[in-house]
Design a protein around this ligand. Structure first.
Ligand code: NAP
Length: 305
């Protein structure tokens, strides 16, 4: 494993704290520096040992780092890149963990000096929690990290970064930038929007009491509420920055929803049965791929233990 000596984390929330904990678990000795927007987050990160040193600005945090990881919301990446550009060490690798890739490449790349390697990444691992205390070392275990190298990227630098993600527990896959955004919109962005909508619908239904929504939530609604509890800033930025792919998937979603609606109205049980059989197979494949367990607990067993 080709290690880095000094890793700078810009943004100190769920992703950054999980990276720090997974680095330590992997036995990496690198110095970790970082910064966040607020003094409170910076103080917490230092107090709980996520960073060896914390700085008031991203420019100071990246000085001397051979790996810089941008762990802030997608909408903040351009501003951060502009700030750190002049302070990056020669030969450093800059990556990010943003959920959207094309918009991040467009926002960050213009500010990168010629003598650094900017290689975008997206570890497809997260929870609905945020902040420096939300991280855990196993977040990336057996999850996919999609790297979207740019044509000008140096092969050795890409392999070194890939080794870093692997050491944190992830499986790495290389993907083209725009294809990443389409894949992410299908498996993450559109589902989040649908969950937000369903929770919004339940909240706005005045013929169903709020206590009924809350008390009987385990019937299915509760799984939507977990997703819909995700960080508003992060998700606002995701939708604003992956607009085209998300709208394409939502267009398809609306068509399918109308087809299901029609089948219900016309009493087409065969259509519904076949549709649900197909979707159940997808669930089976996810479990077979080790991306979830088939424990029939909807989170209850873990909560009770
Ligand atoms: P988070 O827990 O909310 O943390 C975000 C961090 O960024 C906070 O420390 C925040 O500081 C800091 N920040 C915001 N604006 C900043 C700025 N201008 N300069 C420096 N720091 C700034 O978010 P997260 O879940 O770790 O997400 C971070 C990134 O990972 C996002 O781009 C997201 O798209 C991506 N991602 C998230 C998930 C997920 O499920 N959560 C999964 C994969 C990828 P304060 O605390 O001071 O506000």
């Amino acid at each position: 494993m080709s290690q880095y000596n000094h890793v700078a984390l810009i943004g100190l929330g769920l992703l950054a704290s999980s990276i720090s904990l997974a680095m330590r678990r992997a036995g990496m000795q690198a110095q970790i520096t970082g910064t966040a927007r607020s003094q409170t987050t910076r103080d917490t990160a230092l107090k709980i040992g996520l960073v060896d040193a914390v700085f008031d600005s991203a420019a100071e945090a990246v000085k001397g780092a051979d790996l810089v990881i941008l762990c802030a919301p997608v909408g903040a990446m351009g501003m951060i890149a502009e700030e750190i550009g002049p302070y990056l060490a020669k030969g450093a690798t800059i990556t990010d963990v943003g959920s959207v890739k094309r918009a991040v490449v467009e926002a960050v790349q213009p500010h990168m000096p010629d003598n650094v390697h900017f290689i975008p990444s997206h570890p497809m691992a997260g929870t609905e929690k945020s902040g420096p205390e939300a991280g855990f070392a196993a977040l990336f275990d057996n999850r996919w990290c999609l790297m979207t190298p740019l044509p000008e990227n140096d092969h050795t630098a890409v392999q070194r970064l890939s080794g870093f993600w692997t050491a944190l527990g992830a499986n790495v896959e290389m993907m083209e930038v725009d294809h990443h955004d389409l894949v992410a919109s299908v498996i993450s962005h559109a589902p989040h929007l649908i969950a937000y909508t369903m929770v919004g619908v339940a909240d706005g239904m005045n013929r169903v009491a709020k206590t009924e929504v809350v008390n009987y939530s385990a019937a299915g609604f509760r799984d939507f509420t977990r997703i819909a509890a995700s960080d508003p800033t992060m998700w606002r930025d995701v939708f604003l920055n992956n607009r085209d792919a998300t709208l394409e998937v939502l267009g398809r979603f609306t068509e399918e929803l109308f087809a299901l609606q029609r089948a219900i109205r016309t009493g087409d049980g065969d259509f519904l049965f076949d549709y649900f059989t197909r979707t159940r197979d997808i669930r089976r494949s996810i479990i077979d791929a080790g991306q979830d367990t088939d424990a029939p607990d909807f989170g209850r067993i873990k909560e009770e233990n």
